[in-house]
Each structure stands twice: as structure tokens, then as C-alpha cells.
Write a protein that binds this ligand. Sequence first.
Ligand code: NAD
Length: 267
Amino acid sequence: MVIPDGLIQLVQKARRVVVLTGAGISAESGIPTFRQAQTGLWAQYDPEELATRSAFRRNPRLVWEWYAWRRQLVQQAAPNPGHLALVEWERLVPDFTLITQNVDGLHQRAGSQRVVELHGSLLRVKCFDHDHAAPTWEETENPPRCAVCGSYLRPDVVWFGESLPAVGLHTAVTASRRADIFLSIGTSSLVQPAASLPLEAKNNRIPLVEINPQPTPLTAACNFALTGPAGEVLPALLFKCFGWNWDSGNEGEAGIGGGGHGRFPTQ
Ligand code: NAD
């Protein structure tokens, strides 16, 4: 993988790093993106027609079953080298914000500490009527009921047409405006408002980098576009910039792996 020298220098100098991830970073963990063909039973459904309040109202069992299937996929999956590279990068710089549209919890399972979940999590549930959180629930065919108000439980994710969590969105926008570098990884850059975060960065003259095997509507605006799967490109980038070897578990040239911020003093 050829990493341009200009990008290596930028990455090595950056103290405030913002990364936005989408479903593509989890593709190599075996979790399909929305734009890949759905498989098996779910091939006949359009995700945009299942992930809405009206779909749940119309057919709560169908929507609950779809999420139960996705939860099971996620629980069987493991973080891939792309997730792990971001864990290492976070340890290397004083200010690292990982904003994700993913609902699979794989960044946290990999070890990322500061994750802004813009679209919630498949691994939590809340009730449909009042957002009461339910700490545990049964994986029944029909959605279970809320212990507080009796309405159906639903996944604690942001469905199409719903608002994003205000605090998370504020953190994401603020970080995007003051970064030294902004990376958009594994996202089609079609789902708003997440898709506007790189443009916030661009408007503040922050260099933009995209990692994706396919071009997206953002590609033309990027300073660097690395074409390829995140699970290969991110480890290659971290190796070139910091000498990090994901598969050897060694500490690399920059002393990575010793905890704390290897290259910069903590502010
Ligand atoms: P998307 O499905 O719209 O786009 C996925 C993007 O990833 C595409 O541009 C594709 O080219 C790229 N991609 C595919 N394989 C890749 C790889 N190995 N490395 C890097 N990039 C790769 O996903 P989106 O932009 O995240 O937006 C759709 C919505 O789907 C989001 O709201 C998200 O919450 C939801 N979603 C999440 C998950 C998950 O949590 N894993 C899975 C499916 C969908």
C-alpha cells in the first residue's frame, strides 16, 4: 500500500485527530453494510424500511427480529485490524475523537476509550413510548415489554427520521471544527447529519482523508483518498507513520504499547 509522504507527515504531526467511521470499518469483521446485499431471510427487506418508528409500529415483531439477528451477528464478530489501529492511534496522541455511525460496539470491544456513538447501540434497548432504558431483556420473538410503562422495548439506535443524541452531536461538531486532521473511514457519506461533519472540517481548513474501497460523494473534497479496505489501509498507515505492527503485538519504533501517549506529552 503506497501512503503519500505528505500524508505521513500530516499524521505524524497531528495532535488533535478526529475519525468518523461507518459500517465499512466493520465489514471485515463479517458485519454487512447497509449497501451490501442483505443475506438470507433479510434479503427481501430494505433496511431503510425496517429502521423507522413507523415500521416498528406497523410490525414490531419483524423489526425486533431483524435487530435480534443483527445483535447475534455482532456478538459472534470480533474487531478487525482496522479497529485495532484506531485504538493504537488514540494512545499516541493527546486528543483523539472517534465518532462512529456504527451501532455494533466493536470500537469499544477493540479498546477505544473515547467513542461518540452518533446512532446509538444495538446492544442496548429502551422502550418505544418513553425511552425508559432496560438493563436486561429476553430474546423473545415478540419484543418484550417495558417494566416501567408496559410499552414495547426497541433497540436504542437512532432510526431514520429520529434526532441524534444532542450531546454526542455537539461533541462531534466541536471536535470536527478544531482538529489537525479529519479521517472519514468506511462510510458512504450519504447519511446526514454525520455526512456533514467532514465538511465542517473542510470549512475550517482541516485536511481531510478518506479510506474506502469505493469513491463516495466526499472523495473529491479530500486532500488524500486511500482506496482499499480499512482493515488493510489503517494498519499500513500506522506502520508507516509510527512503526506499529498490529500482528506482532510488538511495541513498534515509537514505543507504542507502553500505555499513555507515546509521542506527545499529555496536555
Ligand atoms: P453504508 O452502508 O452506507 O456505507 C458503507 C461504506 O463502507 C461504503 O462506502 C463502502 O464502500 C465502504 N466499505 C465497504 N467495505 C469496506 C472496508 N472493508 N473498509 C472500508 N470501507 C468499506 O454505511 P454508513 O455510511 O455507515 O451509513 C449507513 C447507516 O448504516 C449508518 O447509520 C449505520 O448506523 C448503519 N449501519 C451500521 C452497521 C454497523 O454498526 N456495523 C452496519 C450496517 C449499517
